[in-house]
Design a binder for this molecule. Structure first.
Ligand SMILES: Cc1cc2nc3c(=O)[nH]c(=O)nc-3n(C[C@H](O)[C@H](O)[C@H](O)COP(=O)(O)O)c2cc1C
Length: 365
């Protein structure tokens, strides 16, 4: 019976085990948006342990950028910065994908450089965001014209090509957590009257255009997709998430991607009130490829979903944030480090590269 410790190949990428480090925005790239030595150290610390690292959400364009301190991948300096990170990971024999991000309507105004309004499928503002320090509501975004969409697809493709040039093994298209592609998927945020809104078939059209174009540009075996079917983060709402995401997954199944990554609710009360809390079993029925699941997993629950074949691999977010040697700890039955929430999204080395590994603990003891 397979366990989290067994090797697997996702698309073109052979992994030493089935533990994936989930994408984690850490806000350490500074105003330049260029990945730096500290980030290379952080990812390098985790690269010998995880089968696959999915690097944090990274802006594909100036328009898509909107989180203070987050990195980007739309110019040569960004690309060069990421080379440090991919080298540190490959030096440890790790594999790393980059998560491609356009924030759509939840672009934070503090990051505006051109005073440009945030864009979205429809002119509907997100009503809440737990990250907003100001406590102010988001402004109403500008609805994208249909004839702007091909250039947005190009932004994703260019970012994917840059990612490969920077040494990444592949990319994950971020279609989760209430950002641009998720905004297109949901009828709560997408009320367009054209062929990109209305029916499920229409709402999945633009995300599929992006994913197909990226897969064509770099090869489907180097592309993953992340979804979060019942996550209300960033004011996501949908009348029928199970029907929406099974239709989306069915289309993705035909593309032969490296994986589909599903963020599930950590606790039932975190999920949408309507529809099932866990959509993964429904998706499993229509998706034959590799599924990665995430959300509150530990060693035993990860082994359970791998053994019963609900998932092929499991991603860990906060556990990897706080434990650079998570799998070694699982294997040794060791305690895990406590995560420090205050340093999750900003700061320097503290709460970032200073979580000890087991061998360091022993040295300190
Ligand atoms: C500090 C922090 C940053 C995150 N950044 C991202 C991100 O950049 N992209 C993304 O898709 N999810 C992001 N998430 C969600 C995580 O990838 C993951 O889904 C979540 O932490 C639940 O998994 P866990 O219970 O294993 O931590 C973030 C979560 C945290 C705590």
């Amino acid at each position: 019976m397979d366990t989290i410790f067994d090797a697997i190949t996702l698309g073109d990428i052979p992994l030493k085990n089935r533990a994936v480090m989930a994408p984690l925005t850490r806000g350490r790239a500074g105003e330049s948006r260029i990945p730096n030595d500290l980030m290379a150290q952080y990812y390098g610390q985790r690269a010998g342990d995880a089968g696959l690292i999915i690097a944090e959400a990274t802006a594909i364009s100036e328009q898509g950028y909107g989180w203070p301190g987050a990195p980007a991948i739309y110019n040569d300096d960004h690309e060069d910065g990421w080379k440090k990170v991919t080298k540190a990971v490959h030096d440890k024999n790790g594999k790393i994908f980059l998560q491609l991000w356009h924030m759509g309507r939840v672009k934070d105004e503090s990051t505006y450089r051109n005073n440009e309004q945030a864009v979205a499928p429809s002119a509907i503002a997100a009503s809440q965001n737990i990250r907003r320090a100001s406590g102010k509501a988001y402004p109403v975004p500008r609805a994208l014209d249909a004839d702007e969409l091909p250039s947005l697809v190009n932004d994703y493709v260019d970012a994917a090509k840059r990612a490969l040039r920077a040494g990444f093994d592949g990319v994950e298209v971020h279609s989760a957590n209430g950002y641009l592609l998720d905004q297109f998927l949901r009828d709560g945020s997408n009320q367009r009257q054209d062929e990109y809104g209305g029916s499920i078939e229409n709402r999945i059209r633009f995300p599929l255009m992006v994913i197909k174009a990226v897969a064509k540009a770099i090869g489907p075996g180097k592309v993953g997709v992340r979804i979060s079917p019942t996550n209300p983060f960033n004011d996501m709402k949908d009348s029928d998430p199970a029907a929406l995401f099974s239709a989306f997954a069915k289309e993705l199944n035909a593309l032969g991607l490296a994986y589909l990554h599903i963020l599930e609710p950590i606790r039932e009360e975190h999920a949408f009130a309507n529809g099932p809390v866990f959509v993964t079993p429904i998706i499993r029925k229509v998706y034959d490829g590799n599924l990665i699941v995430n959300g509150g997993y530990g060693l035993d629950s990860a082994n359970t979903v791998i053994a019963d074949k609900t998932a092929n691999a499991v991603a860990f977010g906060v556990p990897y944030l706080a434990n650079p040697d998570l799998m070694a700890r699982f294997q040794a039955g060791a305690d895990l480090n406590e995560p420090d929430q205050a340093t999750f999204y900003a700061g320097g080395a503290e709460g970032y590269t200073d979580y000890p590994a087991l061998d360091q603990n022993e040295e300190a003891a």
